[in-house]
Ligand binder design. Structure first.
Ligand code: HMG
Ligand code: NDP
Length: 426
């Protein structure tokens, strides 16, 4: 068996079939999985079982980011995304990151929260005390709902109770169930537990339970990714590495103080994370909600990453954010391509998947800041977007690359110019 490698010579120049063969070979992926990743993997009857009123399926390009070395392990990362330059940028930064030993990642236990809202209380603080006194009963009751999870070492591990002295409808108490969901995203799991304990919560508090639902602010399920790259590795044709590193730090500084910039900065991070979330059949709305709520947890929305230059003149970046991803549950086991994507990465736990997604998010942020603080985003991004423009203008087959190259060379990446190239005017 060949050794798994994420470095594949000439990958970008291959056609999709050859690229798929090269990826499958490098990852030791079986023929069936390679075929599944080629597309049309979701038959109508399966799709019809996943959501309602199904009329078909909607496809996205699936790319693979190369060069990722994460905690000393090689990863070829599947990314389902419509935006050009995202996969290239991640691969590029992962290549640079190898100069410093790649990415280092870690994560907390997969603890999700479910909220149980209690209203109609005359003594909210007394109700809180009564709930805390009965926490053993509530935890046992919640765990009786999911013996499979408990058998796997997960389950409800504790409760928290918050009192809101005032709200538009008066005081309320909110009980949080803290549940180790193991390899699941966990929404259905914790929602079932919250609904199960609700009558007992009413009995203990004397109030009325309204909402029983997870919180997407998964602040007890946090992943940290970091990277440290010697400045020399960042050298470009016109700038030395120290200048590039300084530019990245200065670009991040604005996202740390200004929500207008932070929103775009964090969108750039999610450019890396969402495609991995989608490719593995996970709930990207949950990941987006968690990320942005976490970015605003201090009361001021800011960057999810920090970039510094350390004492040895190396550029050092850190991303910290919630990551509620599953390798079981939801659509992760229903969609054949999601399973093949996990096998492509050889991922065996939800925690590992979250850590890989975070490394890709950090790489993506670095790529954007590097481009923005040096030559600007348009050169690299528009050169790759040019193929989309060529298609929009009507190019097909070999004409797509020919027209794209021509409009990039003319520094006029527009549909008009592409049409003129197609019509032979240039
Ligand atoms: C686009 C690049 C990578 C070009 O950068 P470049 O310097 O032209 O790249 P290169 O040709 O020297 O290639 C270097 C490596 O990049 C990868 N690479 C390069 N091209 C390809 C390709 N066609 N297909 C596959 N891989 C590619 C590949 O790994 C390659 O290594 P090699 O294979 O040669 O050993 C660079 O300009 C870049 O990183 N730009 C940033 C792009 C970006 O951030 N895109 C996201 C969309 S913009 C956005 O939505 C977010 C934003 C920007 O608003 C966020 C924010 O504001 O913070
Ligand atoms: N606000 C939000 O984000 C919401 C999201 N959702 C959706 O919920 C879905 C995810 O819910 P989720 O609870 O993950 O899915 P599931 O309920 O489908 O799967 C979780 C269940 O899988 C079983 N299981 C088997 N092996 C494992 C393992 N190794 N680790 C953990 N559990 C295991 C467990 O018990 P058992 O076998 O007994 O089932 C567990 O309860 C997504 O589709 C999401 O879109 C739903 C509501 C709200």
């Amino acid at each position: 068996m060949t050794e798994y490698s994420s470095r594949i010579e000439g990958l970008r120049a291959m056609d999709p079939a050859a690229r798929r063969d090269a990826i499958a070979g490098a990852a030791g992926l079986g023929e069936d999985d390679a075929k599944t990743l080629a597309g049309a993997a979701l038959p109508p009857d399966l799709a019809n079982g996943m959501i309602e009123n199904v009329i078909g399926t909607f496809e996205l390009p699936l790319g693979v980011a190369s060069n990722f070395l994460i905690n000393g392990r090689e990863y070829l990362v599947p990314m389902a995304v419509e935006e050009p330059s995202v996969v290239a940028a991640a691969s590029f930064m992962a290549k640079l990151a190898r100069e410093g030993g790649g990415f280092t990642v870690s994560s907390t236990l997969p603890i999700m929260r479910a909220q149980v809202q209690v209203i109609g209380l005359s003594d909210p603080h007394g109700a809180r005390a009564r709930l805390l006194a009965q926490q053993g009963v509530l935890i046992d009751m919640a765990n009786s709902r999911d013996t499979v999870l408990v058998g796997l070492g997960g389950g409800c591990k504790g409760i928290e109770v918050q009192v809101f002295d005032s709200s538009p409808i008066g005081p309320m108490v909110v009980l949080h169930l803290l549940v180790d969901v193991r390899d699941a995203m966990g929404a259905n799991t914790v929602n079932s537990m919250a609904e199960m304990i609700a009558p007992k919560v009413e009995e203990i508090t004397g109030g009325t339970v309204r909402l029983r639902i997870l919180s997407n602010l998964a602040d007890r399920r946090v992943v940290t990714a970091s990277v440290r790259i010697p400045a020399a590795a960042l050298t470009t044709q016109t700038l030395d590495g120290a200048q590039v590193a300084q530019g990245i730090v200065e670009a991040c500084a604005l996202a740390l103080i200004d929500p207008y910039r932070a929103a775009t900065h964090n969108k750039g991070i999610m450019n890396g994370i969402d495609p991995v979330v989608v490719a593995t059949g996970n709930d990207w709305r949950a990941i987006e909600a968690g990320a942005h709520a976490y970015a605003a947890r201090s009361g001021r929305y800011c960057s999810l990453t920090t970039w510094e230059i350390d004492g040895d003149d190396a550029l050092s970046g850190v991303l910290e954010m919630p990551m509620a991803l599953g390798t079981v549950g939801g659509a992760t086991r229903t969609h054949p391509a999601a399973q093949a994507a996990l096998r492509l990465m050889r991922i065996t736990s939800a925690q590992e998947l979250g850590e890989v997604a975070a490394a890709v998010g950090l790489a993506q942020n670095m790529a954007a800041l590097r481009a923005l603080s040096t030559e600007g985003i348009q050169r690299g991004h528009m050169a790759l977007h040019a193929r989309n423009i060529a298609i929009t203008a009507g190019a097909t087959g070999a004409d797509i690359d020919r027209v794209a190259k021509a409009i990039v060379a003319a520094n006029d990446v527009s549909v008009d110019r592409a049409k003129q190239v197609l019509d032979g005017a240039y």
